[in-house]
Design a binder for this molecule. Structure first.
Ligand code: SF4
Length: 373
C-alpha cells in the first residue's frame, strides 16, 4: 500500500477553548516562525512527492499571520504535488479576504471551519473567539473565492443546550451555501476548563438520553436535506466527502508532520515529539522528530480495519479485508457477526459489513465486539 496522504499540524490558537484537549498552545510568545522553518525542513523531499490528499489542521492554521501562512503554503508547494483534495482547518473570525485569497492561490480547495454552534451564548461558554456574524462572513468569502468544498463543524450535547437550540443551529447550517457538515457530541476530557468546572459542580451537561436525541435529530434533519450521511458524524453533498478522512477510516497510510503529529506508513504507526520546543530542537539537530513508533500486529490491524471501517456508511469491504489479511471476515468474526446481526446492530451483506441505524447510535459498543481476545 502506497502512502498518498499527509497531515500537517499547526499547534497554535489565539485563545484556548474551554472544552479542548487537542494538542495546541496559546500562540502568544510561541516561536511560530521557527516552528514553520522546522516543519518545512521535516517535510523536505528531494523530488516533489505526489499526494492525493493533504490536510492542514491544528490548533488552528488560520491563527498564523498572512506572511506565516504564505511561508507554510510555499513550503508545502515546494515539496508536494497535491492531486486531489487540499484542506485547511479554519476559524471563522480568522478567515480574512487576504488569507482566503492566499489559500485559493496555492490550490487549497476545501475549508473545514470550526463553527460549533450558531448560538451566541453557547459560543461564549465554549470560549470561541468568533461570533455568528463571523460565520456568515467566512462562508460568503469562501464562496466568493470559489473554494470547492466548505465544511462546518457543529457540536452538540453542550452545557445547558436544549434540543431546540441544537435544532436551530442545524437549521441555519443546512440553509447555508456549504457542502459538508461534521457533527460531534461534546466529550468531557480531563485537563480542560470544562472538566475542572464539572468537578466543582459548576458545569451541567445534558443527560445521555438528550445527547442521543440530538444525534437522532441530526440524522433526521440530514435525511431531509441535500446532504447524505457517509460516516457516523459526517454528512456531505455528492462529491464533497472528505477524501482525507476516508484514508483514516479505511485504515490506509498517511504521513504526519509537526509537533505531536501521528502518521502511519509501511506498517508502522508513529507519533512525533511534543511540545513545540522539543520538536524544534530535534529538527534543528537533524534528528528524527519521531518519539515513538509501533508496528501493529495482524490481530491489531484487523481490529482497526473493523472499527474504523464500520464508522463509514458503506462499512467494511469484505474483499479489501480478504485482500489485506488473506482471510475472510466471516472466518475471523463468525460469532460476532451472527450476534450483532441478531441484535440489529450490524448488517452482514454480501460485500460489506455495516452498522444499522441503531448500531450508529451506540457505535462504540459495537466496535468493542470486534476486539480479538
Ligand atoms: S480553536 Fe480548536 S484547537 Fe484551538 S483551542 Fe479551540 S477547539 Fe482547541
Amino acid at each position: 500500500m502506497e502512502t498518498k496522504s499527509a497531515y500537517i499540524h499547526i499547534p497554535f490558537c489565539v485563545r484556548i477553548c474551554t472544552y479542548c484537549d487537542f494538542n495546541k498552545y496559546f500562540i502568544h510568545n510561541q516561536p511560530v516562525d521557527e516552528y514553520l522553518d522546522c516543519l518545512i525542513k521535516e517535510f523536505h523531499q528531494p523530488i516533489k512527492k505526489e499526494l492525493n490528499t493533504m490536510f492542514v489542521g491544528g490548533g488552528t492554521p488560520t491563527a498564523l499571520s498572512t506572511p506565516q501562512l504564505e511561508k507554510l503554503l510555499q513550503g508545502i508547494a515546494d515539496n508536494f504535488d497535491i492531486r486531489n483534495e487540499y484542506t485547511f482547518e479554519a476559524n471563522p473570525d480568522e478567515l480574512t479576504d487576504e488569507k482566503i485569497r492566499l489559500l485559493k492561490d496555492y490550490g487549497v480547495n476545501r475549508l473545514s471551519m470550526g463553527v460549533q454552534t450558531f448560538d451566541e451564548s453557547l459560543l461564549k461558554v465554549l470560549g470561541r473567539t468568533h461570533k455568528t456574524e463571523d460565520i456568515y462572513q467566512a462562508v460568503n468569502l469562501a464562496n466568493k473565492f470559489n473554494i470547492n468544498s466548505i465544511s462546518l463543524d457543529l457540536m452538540y450535547h453542550l452545557p445547558n443546550q436544549t434540543l431546540n437550540q441544537f435544532e436551530e443551529s442545524l437549521d441555519i447550517a443546512l440553509s447555508m451555501d456549504i457542502n459538508h457538515i461534521s457533527s460531534y457530541g461534546l466529550i468531557l476530557e480531563p485537563k480542560t476548563q470544562f472538566y475542572n468546572l464539572y468537578r466543582k459542580g459548576k458545569l451541567k451537561l445534558p443527560n445521555e438520553d438528550l445527547g442521543e436525541d440530538m444525534y437522532e435529530l441530526l440524522l433526521d434533519k440530514i435525511h431531509a436535506s441535500n446532504l447524505h450521511q457517509y460516516e457516523i458524524s459526517n454528512f456531505s453533498q455528492q462529491g464533497h466527502e472528505s477524501e482525507h478522512n476516508k484514508v483514516y477510516w479505511k485504515n490506509e497510510y498517511y504521513y504526519g508532520f509537526g509537533a505531536g503529529a501521528s502518521g502511519y506508513t509501511n506498517g508502522v504507526r508513529y507519533t512525533n515529539v511534543n511540545p513545540v520546543n522539543h520538536y524544534i530542537k530535534k529538527i534543528r539537530n537533524n534528528e528524527t522528530p519521531i518519539l515513538q513508533q509501533t508496528e501493529p500486529n495482524i490481530k491489531e490491524q484487523m481490529e482497526e480495519q473493523m472499527f474504523l471501517g464500520l464508522r463509514m456508511n458503506q462499512g467494511v469491504s469484505k474483499a479489501l479485508f480478504a485482500q489485506r489479511f488473506g482471510k475472510k471476515i466471516e472466518d475471523i468474526y463468525p460469532n460476532e457477526l451472527l450476534e450483532l446481526s441478531k441484535n440489529n446492530l450490524i448488517k452482514n451483506e454480501r460485500d460489506f459489513v455495516k452498522l444499522t441505524e441503531r448500531g450508529k447510535v451506540i457505535g462504540n459498543e459495537v466496535f468493542e465486539a470486534f476486539l480479538i481476545d
